[in-house]
Ligand binder design. Structure first.
Ligand SMILES: C[S@@+](CC[C@H](N)C(=O)[O-])C[C@H]1O[C@@H](n2cnc3c(N)ncnc32)[C@H](O)[C@@H]1O
Length: 367
């Protein structure tokens, strides 16, 4: 064992000793640290309950109802159909979590609640978490074997599919809506991090219903655009983009990106929230296909939440790690892991383009 390991093992034994914990809580500096750690440990134990409070607020449209100012408990109970006692219990819980705040005799928004209201896509995300929770009812069982018989694998109709090219528009529309609703902030981050000035033709692979291309097209009116996704998804993109970018020529490519080659002609390709959805072998195939579709001077932009993001570690390996396991496809990757995969596929000059909200997405650019 290294000296560091010897020290850490000694430290862990101390922390795990109940008598040490009692003594430490009474010491001036260590006491503050001990209380912070105790609160963190409590939040971990209680996390499911907190999430259910949030879920109830979203299902009852509580934050939206309080958008324009506080309401009395009685009024909220009438509006939501809850009995007053049930409403009061929920309102107090939501206030303790900063979703709401006590205001005079009633309740208004808390800062966290107000922040959530600024990102409407997050409510669809929270609603669809019901599927994830069902898949995690028995977490150890879920971890014994990755299964495609989960709620999330059914929701993401391409996950674990041998022939994803055959999935119907009906079976992709729920996830395509969810992705479109949660795209606004992601697109803003990408367009803030990367300039497409000097780019002639942008192809968004796995572009879904076209929400990112819509923003890119609006920001760069002369950019030629191609959207590539499964044949079942393309009609959704056509419907959206023909209205949002009317008069603009847009190419659509209905492909299975792992089996069919990608159309050539773009000098920049984006993969927005794509790679983390797939296992390493598929990612290798896709990155090679992207490289083959690009000219020598071409540029690939990868945007997705990443593992080991400083200050947001739980988002990567805890949230996405478990979510993608339940979905039976993919894993979150760190910048280093993505760089290795990019280099293996023949890309060079891999650089991170900093985003303002790395929790939401980070951006890598490669040549
Ligand atoms: C997580 S969604 C991301 C959508 C969009 N880029 C966004 O950020 O909103 C993944 C997208 O990849 C597409 N996809 C999955 N497997 C595919 C495949 N084999 N070929 C083409 N597209 C695929 C899905 O249909 C879906 O639109």
């Amino acid at each position: 064992m290294s000296w560091r390991e010897v020290f850490l093992t000694w430290r862990d034994r101390r922390i795990a000793d109940p008598r040490f914990q009692v003594r430490a809580a009474g010491l001036p500096l260590i006491g503050r640290l001990a209380r912070r750690k105790a609160a963190q440990a409590f939040d971990l134990c209680a996390g499911f309950v907190y999430s259910q409070v949030l879920q109830a607020c979203v299902e009852l449209d509580l934050l939206e109802r309080l958008r324009h100012g506080p309401q009395s408990v009685q009024h909220i109970a009438d509006q939501t159909g809850l009995p007053v006692m049930g409403a009061e219990r929920l309102l107090r819980a939501a206030a303790a979590l900063d979703l709401l705040a006590r205001r005079g005799p009633g309740y208004g928004l808390g800062e966290t609640g107000a922040a959530l209201l600024g990102n409407p896509g997050v409510f669809s995300m929270i609603r669809h978490h019901k599927l994830l929770y069902q898949d995690l009812v028995e977490p150890v069982e879920a971890l014994r074997q990755r299964s495609t018989q989960t709620q999330l694998a059914r929701y993401w109709a391409y996950a674990g599919q041998e022939h994803p090219g055959d999935v119907t528009t009906d079976s992709v529309s729920a996830y395509s809506d969810l992705m479109a609703q949660t795209q606004a902030f992601v697109a803003a981050e990408i367009l803030h991090a990367c300039s497409f000035r000097g780019t002639r033709h942008l192809m968004d692979v796995g572009g879904g219903a076209g929400a990112f291309l819509e923003e890119a097209g609006k920001a760069y009116p002369k950019l030629s655009l191609t959207l590539c996704d499964l044949p079942g998804v393309v009609p959704l993109a056509e419907a959206r983009l023909s209205a949002a970018l009317a008069g603009r020529q847009i190419h659509y490519a209905g492909r299975d990106m792992f089996k069919d080659c990608l159309p050539a002609g773009a000098d920049a390709i984006t993969l927005v929230r794509i790679l983390h959805d797939h296992d390493d072998d598929q990612v290798r195939i896709l990155l090679r296909a992207v490289r083959d579709a690009l000219p020598k001077s071409g540029r690939l932009i990868i945007a997705e939440p990443m593992a080991l993001t400083p200050g947001a570690e739980a988002m990567g390996d805890a949230y996405f790690g478990i979510y993608l396991w339940a979905m039976a496809s993919g894993r979150p990757r760190s910048r280093g892991e993505l760089t290795t995969l990019l280099n293996e596929a023949g890309f060079a000059h891999v650089r991170e383009r900093p985003t303002r909200q790395p929790l939401l997405t980070r951006v890598l650019q490669a040549r």
